[in-house]
Design a protein. Structure first.
Length: 344
């Protein structure tokens, strides 16, 4: 990955492409930090999902966003004539493009080169020749960066406006402000990564007995998972729903603790330095563990299924048979550690 000082009065650009989901993008933050360090005087543009891109832009980890939901990436695949005029003009001022995706036939690279981009590095973080274990390290290796590393627990900064927005939502949901908020996310990107609702209900009941205030977090695909917990609990547990990602981040920033699965929301909580319990099943925590200052991994027996088709058909789900006592113990430990951390 080349590094050059922009010439002339205009600010040159660097394009970073990441077509992954929220959790994958958050695991690439050390890679984004490395790009920023290599190109401190350039404008860092991020071609990624709109919600997570906006969050990182608000945090000033990138400078502008080209939303994945628009036609920017499809235009790059189709050729220079398919690019919108504004994007093509921006690429004409771009020195370098890096991306975490495969371009085996070179179509995307050809479009970038024809648009004026001089240095191009595109590689999937799933490439077989990447030997490092954790996904964050694979993102770094894919763009050939090994000498610059962001501290894994570097918190994702939020603006006062976002934090205040989150505080007001929590205030509306929690009747007594003295109660410490614990956010529980029953869903994930796949139902095959989720604990049985009865296990989560045992955790919720323990939190209530400890005078905590549990809140359920419902994302766009989590309706059924949340409903199963509510039906099983037979308790009035407030639900956070219908919020954009930045506002969810604002809510999470006021939580004393977070409990979830291998999901984008779990990665977000960890990135915000919220004490996070990540319950892993069929996915490997050695590769996909969230990056954060206070993360506790709880997992069942090792998954023996080969591939997602086998996982989908599995009925035993031994990898998700996690005793609720283990999760409750992890909750107690993280809360105790939070109380003993000196104020900064």
């Amino acid at each position: 990955m080349m590094s050059e000082v922009p010439q002339g009065g205009s600010r040159r650009g660097v394009l970073v492409i990441h077509p992954g989901a929220i959790g994958d993008v958050l695991l690439s933050r050390p890679g984004l930090f490395a790009v920023r360090c290599r190109f401190p005087q350039h404008e860092i543009a991020f071609l990624a999902g709109e919600s997570v891109g906006a969050l990182l832009c608000e945090a000033r980890e990138v400078d502008r966003v080209f939303p994945l939901e628009s036609s920017y990436l499809t235009g790059l695949w189709a050729g220079p004539d398919s690019l919108c005029s504004d994007f093509r003009a921006w690429l004409g001022n771009c020195d370098t493009a890096v991306g975490w995706l495969s371009d085996a036939e070179g179509a995307l690279s050809a479009t970038l080169r024809a648009s004026g981009v001089r240095s191009i590095s595109l590689k999937s973080a799933s490439s077989a020749d990447l030997c490092t274990g954790h996904q964050a390290s694979r993102y770094l290796d894919a763009i050939q960066v090994s000498d610059i590393h962001q501290i894994a627990g570097t918190p994702l900064p939020l603006s006062p406006v976002i934090r205040e927005r989150g505080r007001l939502i929590v205030e509306r949901l929690i009747q007594e402000s003295r109660h410490k908020v614990v956010v529980i996310h029953p869903g994930s990107g796949s139902p095959h990564k989720c604990l049985d609702a009865r296990l989560l209900v045992s955790v919720i009941e323990s939190l209530l007995q400890a005078d905590m205030a549990p809140l359920l977090l419902e994302g766009p695909a989590d309706c059924e998972a949340v409903e199963r917990v509510l039906e099983t609990a037979k308790l009035d547990v407030p639900v956070i729903r219908g919020l954009d990602l930045s506002t969810v981040a604002g809510v999470l920033s006021h939580a004393e603790l977070y409990v979830g699965h291998d999901s984008g929301m779990t990665h977000l909580a960890a990135a915000l330095s919220v004490p996070t319990i990540a319950c892993f099943g069929p996915t490997d925590s050695r590769r996909w563990a969230p990056l954060g200052r206070a993360v506790s991994i709880v997992a069942g027996a090792p998954c023996t299924c080969r591939g997602w088709s086998a996982i989908a058909e599995c009925r035993e789900r031994v990898c998700l048979q996690i005793a609720p006592e283990r999760i409750i113990e992890a909750c107690q430990r993280l809360l105790a550690e939070r109380r003993t951390v000196p104020a900064t």
